[in-house]
Design a protein around this ligand. Structure first.
Ligand code: ZN
Length: 232
């Protein structure tokens, strides 16, 4: 039985839901994020608030929460030009991918997470990647995750489990999952403290949380929330 997990935790809705899931399943849970010169440090700040709020509001989870790791991945800004790392407007590229796409980003994240997990003796890596909703990021595909699980397990001679609880559910179901795991308090915490907006907007507050309301991340989050509330 697995008992020790590492969650790729960015401070957004998806990774917060993944963290709650890991805390409900495993005995010891650590978190990791990557600082790659995101245009907006809002995300990195949000994740610390989320961690503090979970500890404060969910005492039965607090005892399972281990170290939080922030790895410097500024090299990503050197190898790719995207609207996440440069001052560029968000848009769709000709190939059908948004210009937030950083080639191989998740492959790097998982490789570094596995190396960290190796040192910290964590056998499960939990990530909020998803094939269901928009994006089409090829490094979020289920097949990519399975290939990475195999490559990392072989390459580090340690049996890793890469867990992707959101892979086949949509954003409304992600809100539902949060509700199942932590009830209304967790939904409220996610609304108030997590950050998803590509533009780093923490000024405009909607029923579903803060954001510009217009970038693809906000639109997805808002639509999912509306459908979630309708089914409650
Ligand atoms: Zn937005």
């Amino acid at each position: 039985m697995h008992s020790r997990a590492l969650v790729l935790f960015s401070g957004g809705q998806d990774s917060t839901t993944c963290l709650a899931l890991a805390l409900s399943k495993y005995e010891h849970v650590e978190t990791v994020a990557f600082d790659y010169g995101q245009r907006h440090h809002v995300e990195l700040e949000a994740r610390l608030h989320v961690l503090a709020q979970i500890k404060a509001q969910f005492p039965h989870w607090a005892g399972k929460m281990g170290e939080d790791h922030l790895l410097d991945l500024s090299v990503l800004g050197q190898v790719s030009e995207t609207s996440l790392t440069r001052d560029m407007e968000f848009k769709m590229e000709e190939g059908g991918l948004p210009n937030t796409f950083v080639p191989g980003r998740n492959l790097l994240f998982l490789t570094l997470a596995a190396a960290l997990a190796y040192r910290r003796d964590l056998e499960v890596i939990v990530t909020g990647v998803c094939e269901t909703d928009f994006s089409g990021y090829p490094d979020c595909r289920d097949d990519t995750m399975k290939a990475m699980q195999l490559a990392l397990s072989l390459g580090m001679d340690k049996r890793y489990l890469i867990e992707t609880p959101l892979m086949w559910i949509d954003k409304a179901q992600t809100w539902q999952l949060a509700h199942q795991l932590g009830g209304q308090p967790l939904v409220d915490l996610i609304v108030e403290h997590t950050h998803t907006c590509y533009l780093g907007d923490r000024v405009h507050r909607h029923a579903w949380g803060y954001g510009c309301g217009e970038c693809p991340a906000c639109v997805l989050r808002a639509r999912g929330f509306v459908r979630f509330v309708a089914t409650e």
